[in-house]
Design a protein. Structure first.
Length: 542
């Protein structure tokens, strides 16, 4: 019995499945819709009646319709989407009314809460098959069959406004702006603030005249003529005003002694200029116009800024500054002598010139970039004034003989720095000395050795324990012991003309050779310390 019942149920299920597979639901309604515009969709059930135990169904009752969309906007956005009624702002509609009608018509509206341009309308039903004459239930259909209709939703995008993002200062040149992505919209509504629309404000492009000053905003709202009137999207573009600049230049000398004229070149129409100075050591011949003259006040020297303030047609200003030097680099640095050489002692560039006392003065190295060959130095002594120009490394060379100073005398020299405008801007006083020939080691009967810069003291020794040769030399110098008075601790130092140690060594043999081929030409001094006994020699590298 159980086997027969199972076989009968299986046959019934096979029969019903084959019947249901032949049933269908058709959907009629638009395939393209506008946002905010309701559309009616009609769903028609097309049954195929089954039979059961020889009883053929000849009617049906629909117990529930279910209609859904993928995304019709729902309650999001300013325009809601709904199915069935405006109150049902969802993507799901259910009609569980017993003995529901067939066909079924449902109103659907797509809202602007979604950005999807493609949607699906899906419908399915459930119900009962019956024999009309007896009211007997022959079978059931539960949410079968199911139908889907694809729908295109005409949506618009936020408009992309193309056109200049910045304009020149004071410019009122008309600017054109265009919608770049307006293919799905056909209504444009343009508006501006801080500018004026020239001509139509409803086309795909618009012509805008900026105000004289300031930034401005341009906005566009786009719509579809077939959609809900409230369905729109808007964008705003801010156009900035570039800062006022000028390519004008000030021409004229950067340095002058008394006065100099200057001109502003490149001033545009509708622009004016006002001149001013940043310092107090100059005056202007005129504060307006494209040219002016700057005149120094008294003997003031130093830097000053000439300022040209340009004003355009809308009152904006731009400043150009030119740095000027009145008196031509007013101050020299304090004079010094090479390191290790005191002011009060001379050095020489040849033995026979020692008594002429050759001196070197130099400006501070950190300021040498300010000087050139037009800068001079005036040395005054003994009623005599001599003018010197700088040589290598901005040195000034002075000789005692310039002032007829007798040998063996001290003398006071006043040094004035004079710029190219002839203005003495710095003054220093030095006490110098002109040695005697004997102090230079020149002449017979002189027991006094040459006075050296760094070695520091006179050495009064008449007996020489060492011989130095050849003099002059250009390659090697020999130092040879000429007596037996040598200890095991002999130190030898070689000094240049300014007292700097150029070589120092210990002497252990009776003869020592020193390579001087790399020495600069000039006079050198040798100091030998033989166990406390000092001895001095002088040699020349040629």
């Amino acid at each position: 019995m159980k086997k027969k019942l199972f076989l009968w149920l299986s046959l019934c299920l096979f029969y019903n499945a084959s019947v249901f597979a032949q049933q269908s639901i058709s959907i009629s309604g638009p395939s393209t819709v506008e946002v905010g515009v309701p559309q009616n969709y009609t769903f028609t059930f097309n049954p195929v009646y089954p039979s059961n135990n020889g009883v053929q169904a000849d009617m049906y009752i629909i117990t529930q319709w279910i209609v859904t969309t993928d995304s019709n906007g729902g309650s999001n956005g300013t325009i809601p989407g709904y199915i069935g009624s405006t109150a049902n702002q969802e993507n799901y509609y259910s009609d569980p009314t017993y003995e529901g009608s067939n066909p079924k018509t449902v109103s659907i509206q797509w809202g602007n809460g979604s950005s999807s341009s493609s949607d699906n309308v899906t419908v399915k039903i459930s119900g009962i098959y019956r024999k009309a004459s007896t009211g007997e239930n022959i079978g059931y259909f539960t949410f079968q069959p199911q139908a889907v209709k694809q729908v295109t939703v005409q949506r618009i995008e936020n408009p992309v406004i193309q056109g200049p993002s910045a304009i020149a200062s004071c410019s009122q040149t008309n600017q054109t702006y265009t919608i770049a992505n307006g293919s799905n919209s056909d209504i444009r509504l343009w508006s501006v603030t801080g500018a004026t629309i020239i001509g139509s404000a409803t086309g795909n492009s618009v012509l805008v005249q900026p105000n004289l000053m300031g930034n401005f905003n341009i906005s566009c709202t786009v719509k579809r003529s077939g959609a809900n009137p409230n369905y729109s999207k808007s964008s705003t573009k801010t156009v900035t005003r570039l800062p006022f600049t000028s390519a004008a230049t000030i021409t004229g000398a950067s340095t002058f002694c008394t006065s100099s004229s200057y001109t502003l070149n490149g001033l545009l129409p509708n622009q004016t200029v006002t001149w001013s100075l940043s310092g107090l050591n100059g005056v202007l011949s005129s504060t307006t116009g494209t040219s002016t003259t700057v005149t120094g006040v008294g003997n003031r020297n130093g830097d000053i800024n000439l300022i040209a303030t340009i004003t355009n047609a809308c009152g904006e200003t731009f400043t150009i500054v030119k740095n000027l030097t009145i008196g031509v680099n007013g101050l020299f640095a304090v004079l010094t002598t090479p390191s290790g050489y005191p002011y009060s002692y001379p050095y020489t560039n040849a033995p026979e010139g020692c008594a002429d006392a050759f001196y070197v003065f130099k400006t501070s190295s950190e300021n040498t970039n300010l000087y050139n060959s037009t800068k001079k130095m005036q040395f005054t002594c003994n009623g005599i004034t001599v003018t010197k120009l700088p040589v290598a490394n901005y040195q000034f060379h002075l000789y005692a003989s310039d002032f007829n100073i007798p040998q063996g005398n001290s003398f006071v020299v006043t040094a004035k720095v004079v710029n190219s405008c002839g203005v003495a801007v710095n003054q220093q006083t030095f006490t110098l000395y002109r040695p005697t020939l004997c102090q230079c080691g020149i002449g017979s009967g002189c027991l006094q050795l040459p006075r050296m810069a760094n070695p520091g003291s006179d050495i009064n020794v008449s007996i020489k324990n060492f011989k130095v040769y050849p003099i002059p030399s250009d390659s090697y110098l020999n130092i040879e012991l000429v007596s037996d008075s040598i200890s095991s601790n002999v130190e030898l130092s070689i000094y240049n003309m300014i007292g700097q140690v150029v070589k120092k060594l210990k002497v252990t043999d009776k003869s020592t050779t020193i390579d001087v081929s790399n020495y600069d030409k000039g006079v050198y001094f040798i100091k030998i310390n033989n166990n406390g006994v000092l001895e001095s020699h002088q040699f020349i590298v040629k």
